[in-house]
Design a binder for this molecule. Structure first.
Ligand code: FAD
Ligand code: EPU
Length: 356
C-alpha cells in the first residue's frame, strides 16, 4: 500500500492506494472480484493531485460508494475510487428550512436519521436505503413516495471532462425516475458532496401502500416525520432481504414506464397488473415485480443465484454466485417477461465488466 508520506509526524491519512484489492466487501451482492487498484480518498480537495498520479492517470477510473447498486461481473482494471469524507454540516438555518451539506462518504441512512434528530424533515420516506450520500443523486434514489431530487439544492463534483470543479444546481442534475445527468453521463462527474434543502415542517407523505397501516399497527395516532421513517423501516425490513445476510442490490429491474395506451391493453389481458402514475400524463409505471412473480420466478434458485422469496424484483446471492451467473439469471427473467407481456425490463444496478 502506498500513502502520501511515511514519517512519524504525518498528519491523518488523506489517501491510500492498495493494489489488487478484493471487492467482495465493497458490493452488497458480495460477489468475489478484485480491483487492480483501490484508492481511498479522505480529502476530496486532493482529487486533482491524486488523479494526476501516473498509476491512476494511465487507466480507467470508477467511483464506488457502498456497492449497493452494482453487479460486478469481472475483475476491474484501473482504479476504484472510494470517498472517505464523512462530514455533515448545516450551511444555513432559516425559520422554515435548513441547508445541509454532506460529504460523499456519509452513510445515506445515517444522514436521514441525523436530519430527523436535528428537527429537519423531508427524508423520512427514504430511510434505510443503503449506500452513500455521494451516490444518492446518481439514480435519484426514491422510495415510498419521495425522491432525493426533490431535496437536492446542489451537487459538488469534479468534472473529469472539463478537468474542473463544478457545482450543479438542481435543474442541471436533470433528475427523473431512477435517472439523472450523472447516470446519463456515467463517470464524467466525481461527486464529492451534496447540499440538501430540508424543511423544518412539511406535509407527511403517508399514501404509499402500507405506511398508514404500519403507523396504525405501531399505535401512532399523530405521526411526526420520525414516525414515518420508523414505519418505512419496518416495512422495508419485512420486504427486502438484508444484504449483510443475503447478498442483493435491492430492485434488480426498473419498473418500466410505458405509454398509457399500451398499459390499457395490458390491463385488459392482466387486470391485476399494478399500475402507478409516472412523471407525465400520457405515461404509466407498471410493476416489474408483479410480471416477474406472474412468470413464477419468485423464490427461484439456480445454484447460489436466485430471486428473493419475499420480493420478486430482488435477485439474491445465496453464497458463491458469480456476477456472470446472476446476470445470466437476470437475462432469463427479462426474456420471459418480454415473451409474456411484450415489455422489456432493464436492470437498475450498474453492470461492471459486462453489458446488458
Ligand atoms: P454504488 O453502488 O457504490 O454505486 C452506484 C453507482 O453510482 C455506480 O455507477 C457508481 O460509479 C456511482 N457512484 C457512487 N458514488 C459516486 C460518487 N461519489 N460520484 C460519482 N459516482 C458515484 N435504491 C433506491 O433508489 N430506492 C430504494 O428503495 C433502494 N433500496 C435498496 C435496498 C437494498 C437492500 C439495496 C441493497 C439497494 C437498494 N437501493 C435502492 C439501491 C442503492 O441503495 C442506491 O442506488 C444507492 O444510492 C447506491 O449507493 P452506493 O453508495 O452503494 O453506490
Ligand atoms: N409485487 C408483486 N410481487 C412481489 C413484490 C411486489 O407482485 O414480489 C407488486 C405488489 O402488488 C406491489 C407492487 O408490486 O403493490 C409494488 O411493490 P413495492 O411497493 O415493493 O415496490 P416496487 O415497485 O417493487 C419500488 C422501488 C424500490 C422502492 C419501493 C418502495 C423500483 C425499481 N423499485 O419497488 O426501490 O423501495 O418501490 O417505494 O422502482 C431499489 O430501487 O433498489 C428499490 C428497492
Amino acid at each position: 500500500m502506498s500513502t502520501p508520506a511515511d514519517t512519524d509526524d504525518t498528519p491523518p491519512l488523506r489517501w491510500s492506494l492498495t493494489e489488487n484489492a478484493p471487492l467482495q466487501a465493497l458490493n452488497t451482492f458480495h460477489v468475489r472480484a478484485s480491483a487492480a487498484q483501490l484508492l481511498e480518498l479522505h480529502d476530496p480537495a486532493l482529487l486533482p493531485e491524486v488523479l494526476a498520479l501516473p498509476q491512476v492517470a494511465d487507466g480507467p477510473l470508477l467511483v464506488l460508494g457502498s456497492g449497493s447498486n452494482v453487479l460486478i461481473a469481472a475483475d476491474l482494471p484501473g482504479t476504484v475510487l472510494v470517498f472517505g469524507n464523512r462530514d455533515i454540516r448545516i450551511l444555513e438555518h432559516r425559520a422554515d428550512h435548513a441547508v445541509v451539506r454532506a460529504g460523499a462518504g456519509v452513510s445515506w441512512h445515517g444522514l436521514v436519521m441525523w436530519s430527523l434528530q436535528n428537527g429537519l424533515s423531508g427524508l423520512e420516506n427514504l430511510a434505510l436505503i443503503p449506500g452513500t450520500a455521494g451516490a444518492a443523486p446518481i439514480q435519484n434514489i426514491g422510495a415510498y413516495g419521495a425522491q432525493v431530487g426533490e431535496f437536492i439544492q446542489a451537487v459538488e463534483a469534479w468534472d473529469c471532462q472539463e478537468e474542473s470543479w463544478v457545482r450543479l444546481d438542481n435543474a442541471q442534475c436533470a433528475f427523473a425516475y431512477r435517472d439523472s445527468v450523472f447516470k446519463q453521463q456515467a463517470d464524467r462527474y466525481l461527486i464529492t458532496a451534496i447540499e440538501l434543502k430540508l424543511p423544518l415542517l412539511h406535509d407527511l407523505r403517508m399514501d404509499y401502500a402500507g405506511i398508514r397501516e404500519e403507523l396504525q399497527a405501531q399505535g401512532v395516532e399523530l405521526p411526526v416525520a420520525a414516525d414515518v421513517a420508523n414505519a418505512v423501516i419496518a416495512i422495508r425490513r419485512r420486504k427486502l432481504p438484508d444484504p449483510d445476510v443475503l447478498g442483493n442490490a435491492g430492485s434488480f429491474f426498473k419498473n418500466p414506464v410505458l405509454p398509457l395506451e399500451q398499459v390499457e391493453v395490458l390491463q385488459q389481458r392482466f387486470p391485476a397488473l399494478p399500475v402507478f402514475p409516472a412523471e407525465h400524463d400520457g405515461l404509466r409505471k407498471v410493476s416489474a415485480a408483479w410480471m416477474i412473480e406472474h412468470r413464477g420466478w419468485k423464490g427461484y434458485r439456480d445454484g447460489d443465484a436466485g430471486v428473493a422469496a419475499s420480493h420478486a424484483l430482488v435477485l439474491v446471492n445465496h453464497g458463491t454466485a458469480t456476477g456472470a451467473q446472476l446476470l445470466s439469471l437476470a437475462r432469463r427473467i427479462s426474456a420471459s417477461v418480454l415473451d409474456t407481456f411484450g415489455v422489456p425490463i432493464e436492470p437498475e444496478p450498474r453492470l461492471l465488466g459486462a453489458q446488458w
